[in-house]
Write a protein that binds this ligand. Structure first.
Ligand SMILES: Nc1ncnc2c1ncn2[C@@H]1O[C@H](COP(=O)(O)OP(=O)(O)OP(=O)(O)O)[C@@H](O)[C@H]1O
Ligand SMILES: [Mg+2]
Length: 323
């Protein structure tokens, strides 16, 4: 099946992701897919949490940390500034504690706890995930294209329900610590402890969000995950392994898209032996790609004459990718 048909036959798949090893073309394909959908009348948001601001590069427009930025008719791009999200998150926790307990400042132990928890990778992932949930739940786009970070890292996001669980456990612990603190204060003030537990309410709210979003992202009917591969032995090998791992997280695999295929037309021209050999080598690996991934291979995208930045180049690539 051609990539175009995958999209046309599954209009209910509104959450699209391109995953793969570093530098293979995830951002390029995300932008190309967003462009293609936008020109077909769909309202699209392509977004990333990559601190390297790669959407800024490909669209040649500074969008980092600016919310959704309109690129062209029907197409918006957003780069989430994860760091500021984590800071805002910490501040929110502090404020809640101050409001709840009417304190002039956050007690040192609690502050230390907030700092320590924020340094945890799980907390960082959760803050990022939270931002992603916000984007996906608040917007009113027809399509959301999530430009992922390289594989290993992406696995974190895709196991987010698990990551989030860890984070919730941490917060629950914080809740318990607060309770002790609260009891102590109450004893000092000779007051009765109020039973109303706002923090617990908060936890339940978060849990509900996780279930909703984890549901979306692992829902085969709503989500399409594509692997980007190139015709190289090591990449094929690694992608095979990664696909097995992703399957364990119930990631709905929609297919593979091969990038950087040197055009065969070149063989009809007077080209150097060097290039002929590269093409022959790629042919071998392409055979392997077809054997291993079989009818899951949705498109072959050529090595372009230059890097893919700016709308004209994105269009050029998208026209081939979705032919
Ligand atoms: N088919 C292609 N032809 C020419 N250049 C390409 C092609 N695909 C990707 N590139 C270029 O290769 C570079 C890496 O591509 P891209 O940024 O899309 O990879 P990525 O998988 O998103 O990388 P990262 O893992 O760092 O996020 C970019 O400069 C891009 O323009
Ligand atoms: Mg990228």
């Amino acid at each position: 099946m051609a990539l175009k048909d995958v999209f046309l036959q599954h209009p209910e798949r509104r959450y699209i992701m391109f995953g793969g090893k570093g530098g293979l073309g995830k951002t390029t394909f995300s932008a190309a897919a967003a462009y293609w959908l936008a020109t077909h009348g769909k309202k699209v948001l392509v977004f990333s949490v990559d601190p390297q601001a790669s959407l800024t590069d490909i669209f040649k427009q500074d969008i980092f940390g600016k919310g959704p930025v309109k690129i062209m008719e029907n197409l918006w791009a957003q780069e989430i500034d994860a760091d500021s999200h984590i800071k805002a998150y910490q501040q929110e926790i502090r404020q809640k504690i101050l409001d709840r307990y009417g304190l002039p400042e956050v007690p040192e132990e609690i502050e230390n706890y907030i700092q320590a928890a924020s340094a945890e990778p799980a907390m960082e992932e959760s803050a990022i995930f939270d931002a992603v949930v916000d984007v996906v739940m608040k917007g009113d786009y027809d399509y959301y294209i999530y430009d992922l970070v390289p594989l290993g890292h992406a696995l974190y996001y895709l196991s987010m329900a698990k990551v989030y669980d860890e984070w919730i456990n941490k917060i629950t612990k914080l809740r318990e610590d607060m309770r002790e603190y609260e009891e102590m204060v109450s004893r000092l003030k000779h007051e009765k402890i109020t039973e109303q537990d706002e923090i617990l309410q908060e936890l339940l709210y978060i849990k509900n969000r996780i279930n909703t979003s984890a549901g979306i992202l692992t829902d085969k009917t709503k989500t399409g995950f594509f692997f980007v591969v190139t015709p190289e032995a090591m990449i094929i090998e690694d992608t095979k392994k990664a696909a097995e791992m992703f399957a364990k997280f119930d990631v709905p695999l929609a297919g593979y898209v091969v990038n950087r295929v040197i055009p065969h037309e070149l063989l009809e021209q007077n080209i150097p032996e060097y290039l002929r050999r590269r093409i022959a080598m790629q042919d071998q690996h392409l055979k392997e790609v077809h054997t291993v991934f079989d009818d899951q291979v949705m498109a072959l995208v050529p090595e372009m004459e230059r890097d893919v930045t700016g709308l004209p180049m994105i269009k050029k690539l998208a026209d081939i990718m979705f032919a």
